[in-house]
Design a protein around this ligand. Structure first.
Ligand code: HEC
Ligand code: HEC
Length: 302
């Protein structure tokens, strides 16, 4: 009996050692990824200062690239996640107020954060969607930065960032990339020009690839699980013609403006219609026209 107990104890002990070793290994691997430094040459993009550019920058920051979704409407930042498995994830206070980084940011620092997902300290920035922002034209990046630099100071101190065990495990196992800096093509320059603004499929294609539609609904737009998303989110919907059979243009406007689908059911807030409702008529129509041109696919097909 004693013997069996001792064996059981030994087995439990061995498992415990194994568990600690795996956890320590995972911790070290994730720590390596979290602290990877990127040494990037400063990239110069002209930042306008006129009021029309700043106003358009505001529109982009809210309705299209949605910085405001994570950095809040006043750009003072908030905790975008705060739970034991994933950790405590503050976005940054982007303003010149107390606790903000605005006063110490150079133009090239803004460009590096947006286009490369890399901070002033050379670290990859957690969940900054820079792989999407890589598609932004030079002009649009300039206008976004022009607006961000113009906002009134907000005094808001945010807690330090921390990484939970599940986030570390997923990072160590390469399951999910929480750092876009690992996937961004750093040598690629921003496109000099966007397609002309207007209600065209061509401009819709540009919006779909800069407004995160393709980021969440997948490269083929057929929807499915959002890998780097909040685990409580539903799968993204199929935006190819197969998935949008119940839609006409008017119903598409209603969905993006009010979060209600044809038939009257509510679209969950994981779909950021809180921000897409501010898209202009031309922008929504452009996206609709573009979606009609993408190849039909079954839900989740890549
Ligand atoms: C999905 C959420 C999300 C969106 C959208 C987002 N950010 Fe961030 N951003 C974050 C988080 C989280 C951090 C902090 C990351 C870290 O410290 O690792 C951050 C950090 C930053 C930083 C800090 C850089 C540094 O040197 O520390 C800047 C600048 C920034 N974001 C600008 C922007 C701008 C401009 C936009 C829109 C074009 C934007 N962000 C969109 C989540 C987001
Ligand atoms: C942050 C992730 C995210 C982004 C960005 C996003 N979506 Fe969604 N979208 C979702 C999710 C998740 C759903 C499914 C919601 C549900 O099941 O209630 C959805 C649902 C929808 C629906 C409803 C389809 C239906 O009838 O069920 C439409 C239309 C839509 N998205 C269009 C867009 C367009 C256009 C864009 C870009 C302008 C966009 N989405 C950007 C996550 C996103």
């Amino acid at each position: 009996m004693k013997n069996i107990l001792r064996r059981a104890a030994l087995a439990v002990g061995a498992l415990l050692v194994l568990f600690v070793a795996v956890a320590a290994g995972g911790y070290l691997v994730s720590q390596g990824k979290i602290t990877t430094k990127y040494d990037l040459a400063p990239e110069s993009i002209p930042i306008p200062t006129d009021s029309i550019s700043i106003a358009r920058g505001r529109h982009l920051v809210r309705a299209i690239v949605k910085c405001a979704d994570c950095h809040t409407e006043d750009l003072g930042g908030e905790l975008v996640a705060d739970n034991a498995p994933m950790g405590r994830w503050p976005s940054r206070n982007l303003t010149r107020g107390k606790g903000g980084i605005g006063a110490s940011m150079k133009d090239e620092d803004w460009v590096r954060a947006i286009r490369h997902g890399v901070g002033r300290d050379g670290r990859g920035l957690l969940i900054m969607p820079s792989s999407v922002y890589q598609n932004l034209s030079v002009g649009d990046i300039g206008q976004i930065i022009a607006y961000v630099k113009s906002v009134p100071p907000v005094d808001r101190e945010l807690p330090a960032i921390s990484y939970g065990p599940v986030m570390r495990g997923l990072t160590a196992a390469n399951k999910v990339s929480f750092f876009d800096a690992t996937v961004v093509e750093h040598a690629k320059h921003a496109p000099a020009l966007a397609p002309p603004e207007g209600a065209t499929a061509e401009y819709g294609n540009y919006i779909v690839h800069t407004a995160g539609c393709a980021g969440c609904h997948g490269p083929t737009l057929a929807g499915g699980k959002i890998e780097a998303g909040d685990p409580s989110w539903p799968p993204a919907a199929n935006l190819t013609p197969t998935g949008l059979k119940a839609y006409d243009e008017a119903a598409f406007f209603t969905a993006l403006r009010t979060g209600v689908r044809p038939g009257g059911t509510q679209i969950k807030p994981a779909m950021p219609w809180k921000w897409t409702k501010e898209m202009t008529d031309d922008e929504i129509r452009a996206v609709w026209l573009y979606l009609k041109t993408v190849p039909p696919r079954e839900l989740g097909a890549r």
